[in-house]
Write a protein that binds this ligand. Structure first.
Ligand SMILES: C[S@@+](CC[C@H](N)C(=O)[O-])C[C@H]1O[C@@H](n2cnc3c(N)ncnc32)[C@H](O)[C@@H]1O
Length: 330
């Protein structure tokens, strides 16, 4: 019997494993330190932060498994809201080493034209190299493009913008979201799960709704977000298992880490958003589960599901932060 084909996540992990081969561990560690310092510094920058092979190898080893899992989570929630839809093509803007291209392959089977746009040539080169390991990404087109006022995107079913808005000026963020709205049937934007990341997600969400898009996820509605600005921020968590390479680059010995991210998935397609979404880690108490929900009103509400609720209680115990509530019936 043939062994099952490896999943995109497994293929990515083994492609990344070979990455720092030949790079002395000290040099790899220095490249990661430089990267962290740059990302903590003032962004946006005038020129790419990812300047050479050591930078992009460090980025891919240090960040790509986490951005891949965050985008995969966002795309999975989006796919649930547009059942049966499969993108015919995909453009990933500010795609770097291609995390979102891999995440789309992990969400929808089959092959489709994929274009990754970025201004950092070394990131595109490494992305192309990694993608050679994935049958559906071998033919991807990696194009050097600067995101700015002149950006225009070719029509595409799916446009992803993952961990990029953070690096742009307000004017460039607006230009990018508007270009995506003009080009795409579906736009998925992912940002770090911080208050600032949330603010950028809300800004993009507002622009997409104004352009006629409906919100497919995470919100159960396309009305204004019920969070009072400054009091809280909507974000989620994706578990990232760490390879030994990942541990070597990041230090520490934990087998996994949790990547916090925020996202919005919007579309011109008909959508079936979740009735409600779990917006915090559920609290499991003796005989009860507390779920913080964003509902269609739109409103935030804490639901207490107890043993007396029978099947619903069992479902609540299996429900994670970010899941739709109640779970769809199979
Ligand atoms: C944090 S990385 C994210 C990469 C990838 N999307 C991911 O999720 O792993 C940000 C990317 O945006 C690109 N970028 C930043 N500003 C840009 C600009 N003005 N034009 C084009 N690419 C830009 C960077 O080169 C980098 O690859």
């Amino acid at each position: 019997m043939n062994a099952p084909a490896p999943s995109p996540a497994e293929t990515l992990r083994s492609a990344l494993a070979g990455l720092l081969d030949g790079l002395p561990p000290r040099q790899a560690a220095q490249a990661v330190d430089r990267l962290i310092a740059n990302y903590r510094g003032a962004t946006p920058t005038e020129a790419p932060i990812l300047r050479d092979r050591a930078d992009v190898a460090a980025y891919a080893a240090y960040r790509m498994p986490a951005t891949f899992e965050a985008v995969r989570s966002a795309l999975a929630a989006f796919a649930d809201a547009v059942p049966g839809w499969v993108p015919r093509d995909h453009v990933d803007v500010g795609g770097g080493t291609g995390a979102a291209a891999w995440a789309a392959c992990a969400t929808w089977d089959g092959e489709r034209p994929v274009t990754v746009l970025d201004w950092a040539e070394p990131a595109l080169a490494l992305g192309r190299e990694l993608a050679a390991a994935h049958p559906a990404l071998k033919a991807a087109d990696w194009q050097r493009t600067r995101i700015g006022p002149a950006l225009s995107l070719a029509g595409a079913d799916l446009v992803t913008v993952s961990y990029v808005l953070n690096e742009l000026t307000a004017a460039d963020r607006a230009a990018l979201v508007d270009a995506a709205a003009q080009a795409a049937q579906a736009v998925v934007v992912v940002e770090p799960g911080t208050p600032d990341g949330y603010a950028r997600i809300i800004e993009a969400r507002d622009r997409l709704v104004s352009a006629g898009f409906r919100i497919a996820a995470p919100c159960p509605h396309s009305a204004a977000c019920p969070i009072v600005p400054g009091t809280d921020w909507c974000h989620f968590s994706a578990r990232v298992s760490r390879s030994s390479l990942h541990r070597q680059v990041k230090g520490g010995s934990l087998a996994y880490e949790d990547e916090k991210f925020g996202y919005v998935a919007a579309t011109r397609l008909p959508v079936v958003p979740a009735p409600a979404r779990v917006v915090r880690k559920p609290q499991i108490r003796k005989g009860q589960v507390l779920l913080d929900l964003c509902e269609t009103d739109p409103a935030l509400r804490r639901a207490t599901v107890t043993k007396r609720h029978g099947d619903l209680y069992r479902a609540a115990r299996d429900t994670d932060w970010g899941d739709a509530w109640p779970p769809a019936e199979d």
